[in-house]
Design a protein around this ligand. Structure first.
Ligand code: CP
Length: 324
């Protein structure tokens, strides 16, 4: 039977999740924070299960934390080396997925540079799939780990004012965070140069600012985004120096936010571009390292639930009554 509190086979995005499902994953993650902080960090809950990491794009935090999460739950983990796999001989995404599926994994954790590619793959397999980031579309476990970090520091999500600043246009982190934070009752502002604001973003229910002082006013959370040069086709900012002057977070600009405002960044950071090192490393205000810690706990919760649901899907498949 699928987990009634999270009855989904895949986690492809925050879109489509309700507040009860998000809270369920966050509550489950809390238990893993405690486990990870103890001396004995392992559980046998996924003993005998297989998790495959399939990353078509570079990653430090997401890939490592999926591996660590799976190992701490007692699962077998395969890290597919895409560059030395048959993908380099021209094998398609779908053929790769179908090939891996034939080996009966329980969950695939997938990152891909193209928006929608992870959904395409999920449609071809009968195991669970978790999106580790697809193009500029979604990065659901990042939004969940950000929410867990905020909830632990502020005690709630509802009613908080969250300012998300920087390269919103190319950011899957921003999109997943808008969806999650708005679902949980937070107020969301974006602050960015006009060239880095998506055209339809105000229709999502976020407030749009092009001035840091105005946008940061009274914010509870200041979430900075990486300038994503790898996704930019053409020039979106005049120069790094000018970008930092107007949109880089330093202690002077931070004065506009609440005195206890939390500073966040999904990483990897471009120090001196979107964030000043003094702010990023401020032990009183910055939650950036805690975000990484929460990433392991969140991915443990997600793998536990998806592996459980995958087993139920395969049982249904045998009985001829599958659904997604
Ligand atoms: N935040 C994030 O996705 O980092 P990585 O690219 O290192 O996984």
């Amino acid at each position: 039977m699928r987990d009634p509190s999270f009855p989904h086979r895949h986690l492809l995005g925050i879109e489509g999740l309700n507040s009860a499902e998000i809270n369920y994953l966050l509550d489950l993650s809390e238990r893993y924070v405690d486990l990870n902080r103890g001396a004995q960090k392992t559980s046998t809950i996924l003993s005998g299960r297989t998790i495959v990491n399939l990353f078509f794009e570079n990653s430090t935090r997401t890939r490592t934390s999926f591996e660590l999460a799976a190992k701490r739950l007692g699962a077998n983990v395969i890290n597919m080396q895409v560059e030395t796999s048959s993908v380099s001989k021209g094998e398609t995404l779908i053929d790769t997925a179908v090939t891996l599926n034939a080996m009966h994994p329980d969950v695939l954790a997938v990152r891909h540079p193209d928006s929608g590619a992870v959904k395409l793959l999920a449609d071809k397999v009968n195991c669970g799939v978790v999106n580790g980031g697809d193009g500029s579309h979604e990065h659901p476990t990042q939004a969940l780990l950000d929410a867990l970090t905020i909830r632990r520091r502020k005690g709630k999500l509802n009613g908080l004012l969250v300012a998300i600043c920087g390269d919103v246009l190319h950011s899957r982190v921003a999109r997943s965070n808008f969806l999650l934070l708005l679902t949980m009752g937070a107020r969301v502002r974006i602050i960015a140069p006009r060239t880095l604001i998506p055209s339809n973003v105000d229709r999502m229910g976020v407030e749009v600012f092009t001035d840091m002082a105005a946008g940061l006013k009274d914010a509870d959370i200041v979430m900075m985004l990486r300038v994503q040069n790898e996704r930019m086709r053409g020039s979106f900012i005049p120069s790094i120096r000018e970008y930092f002057h107007f949109f880089g977070l330093d202690h002077e600009k931070l004065k506009q936010a609440k005195p206890d405002a939390l500073i966040m960044h999904p990483g990897p950071m471009n120090r001196g571009v979107e964030i000043d090192s003094d702010v990023a490393d401020d032990v009183e205000r910055s939650a950036i390292r805690e975000q990484v810690e929460m990433g392991v706990a969140v991915r443990m919760a997600v793998l536990e639930v998806l592996a459980k649901n995958s087993m139920s899907h395969n049982a249904d498949d045998t009985l001829g009554r599958t659904g997604t």
